[in-house]
Design a protein around this ligand. Structure first.
Ligand SMILES: C[S@@+](CC[C@H](N)C(=O)[O-])C[C@H]1O[C@@H](n2cnc3c(N)ncnc32)[C@H](O)[C@@H]1O
Length: 275
């Protein structure tokens, strides 16, 4: 069991996430969705998704993973707790089924799915153990779970922390953050999976290349596609935020390569079996 953060308010965090994703639902797909798309096929491979697999994609956002599973011939369904995200997903992928609902209390029968996946979802749930228990419940015995998360420093550590420092705001208070779960740590994540009843956890690190046509596109990715970092920067106030934005554009410009901004990142893909 992980240490609890006494200052963490789960209900406030869930509301913060719900409001925040609602604000960017219409612009997520063309901004941050371009980053999360990079792990889709590796995630589906880890969950052994193939033609006919009954798959659930939890915290599906605009449905990039759900649609890719559908393209493999899986019987794919997506779930997200933000109505505007679900509506975007339905608009982008009318052939796929999407449901509005909370990962921590899912509106599905026990054993309904042969694979459950979540692409960069777990860090957004205030009670990840509850979500993992739900994933276990809706899987059939022999079914697989797979999830991804960013491995630091990532784009945040490479660009935004440096920009905050360069602009003199390194001590800017963080936005609300979940308790100290660490889904990029193989041992910690493996322990959580085992505690939820899963067996044979497997871990795979993938190296990604995030690309932005220009530094302004990187800013758009933050302000039109993210929640936690966007809120952290918005909390600075207009003047300080402008100076951080200028620093982001300047630092991003140093990563120009092949006519675009290229920033390497890594993700951990963890998978496990419901015995
Ligand atoms: C970083 S986005 C990832 C979206 C998508 N999986 C992807 O790969 O692009 C996080 C998503 O989690 C959803 N989310 C956050 N908390 C949730 C919860 N408790 N239940 C269901 N969805 C949730 C948000 O609405 C948002 O769409």
């Amino acid at each position: 069991m992980m240490a609890k953060n006494p200052e963490f308010d789960p209900a406030a965090f869930k509301q913060f996430e719900h409001d925040g994703w609602g604000e960017v639902a219409g612009t997520y797909h063309d901004t941050f969705g371009g980053l999360t798309r990079l792990t889709v096929e590796a995630l589906l491979d880890a969950a052994e998704v193939k033609e006919g697999t009954r798959l659930l994609d939890v915290a599906c956002g605009t449905g990039n993973v759900t649609a890719a599973a559908h393209a493999r011939g899986a019987k794919a369904a997506g779930l997200d707790f933000v109505a505007a995200m679900v509506s975007e997903a339905r608009g982008l992928h009318p052939e796929v089924e999407f449901t509005e609902g909370d990962a921590e209390a899912m509106p599905f029968d026990d054993g309904k799915f042969e694979a459950v996946v979540s692409n960069f979802g777990l860090r957004h749930f205030p009670h990840p153990e509850r979500a993992l228990a739900e994933f276990f419940r809706v899987l059939t015995p022999g079914g697989r779970f797979a999830a991804s998360d960013w491995i630091p420093p990532g784009v945040y550590g490479t660009i935004i922390m440096d920009a905050l420092e360069a602009a003199g705001h390194a001590d800017a208070p963080p936005a609300s953050v979940p308790p100290p779960y660490n889904f990029a740590d193989q041992a910690a994540f493996g322990g959580l999976l085992k505690a939820a009843g899963f067996s044979a956890p497997e871990m795979r690190e993938v190296t990604l290349l995030t690309r932005y046509p220009s530094p302004m596109h990187l800013l758009d990715t933050i302000y039109k596609g993210s929640v936690n970092v966007r809120n952290r920067l918005e909390a600075l106030g207009a003047e300080a935020r402008d100076s951080v934005n200028r620093a982001i554009v300047e630092i991003a410009g140093r990563h120009e390569k092949n006519g675009a901004i290229e920033i390497p990142a890594k993700a951990l893909i963890a998978s496990a079996l419901k015995p």
